[in-house]
Design a protein around this ligand. Structure first.
Ligand code: FPP
Length: 236
């Protein structure tokens, strides 16, 4: 699969709900963590491919606030995987000029994970080819409520509030809204992800489980996006 019309009309921001790691592992009679481990390969391939294609922002839904209700063993395994992967991938991020950011309540994460994230964010902060945004301990309703709390405290802006100012109080401040949202595993739901930011996003659902999602699948999603007519509620 190649990219239709080369690099024209590539979405500037792609957001991905990486779903299906557990089911992928179950199909292979393996532990759920084996699915997450193999999900990291798809993360790496997707990040490199997005950077090659000229995507400016890539947001990955890596851990939701709701995911804290999973069994302790799975959470511990996932956190260890994050700790290891973040540290290990810094040289690749540097090589590809990718800066790392997070959205979500990262204070919920284990201290080691917070420290590795801080180090990776600081080391990569001047890279300007692509921004990789990891949604960690993120949920959109949490983010919206946090924004409202901050606005309540700042009385001077109450009479000026509009959509633009409200967006500045979200964790995605300065990040443009995603043009394309991809969800894997054949599920068709949004799971508390970027509810404000996806008002006019295009959706692409892949039946593949996340560990099977590869470069060709990303190109397929982008080609599908390129064929869409986006009207934003207008006629033309
Ligand atoms: C959803 O599959 C996946 C997750 C909750 C975790 C995603 C994490 C990774 C891909 C690995 C680490 C990520 C980075 C960025 C280094 P699921 O467990 O909900 O699968 P299921 O729906 O089949 O149960």
């Amino acid at each position: 699969m190649s990219l239709n019309q080369k690099k024209e009309n590539i979405p500037s921001h792609i957001a991905i709900i990486m779903d299906g790691n557990g089911r992928w592992a179950k199909q292979k009679s393996k532990m759920r963590l084996y699915g997450h481990l193999n999900g990291v390969k798809s993360v790496r391939e997707t990040v490199e491919c997005a950077a090659e294609l000229g995507v400016n922002f890539l947001t990955l839904y890596a851990f939701s606030k709701e995911n804290w209700d999973r069994p302790k063993k799975e959470i511990k395994g996932l956190m260890n995987l994050l700790i290891k992967t973040i540290k290990k991938e810094i040289p690749t991020l540097m090589k590809n000029k990718i800066s790392l950011k997070t959205i979500g309540n990262t204070q919920d994460l284990p201290l080691k994970c917070q420290n590795n994230l801080k180090e990776a964010i600081e080391t990569t902060k001047d890279n300007n080819h692509m921004t990789l945004i990891l949604a960690l301990s993120y949920s959109s309703r949490w983010e919206i409520v946090e924004a409202v709390k901050k606005i309540i405290k700042n009385k001077s802006i109450h009479s000026k509030i509009n959509e633009q100012i409200f967006s500045e109080y979200l964790t995605t401040n300065k990040i443009p809204d995603p043009e394309l949202v991809i969800r894997t595993s054949g599920e068709h739901r949004i799971s508390n992800f970027l509810l404000w930011q996806i008002a006019y996003s295009e959706f692409y659902f892949s039946r593949k489980m996340w560990p099977d999602f590869n470069k060709q699948d990303l190109i397929r999603a982008i080609n599908s996006y390129k064929k869409r007519k986006r009207r934003f509620g207008k006629i033309k």
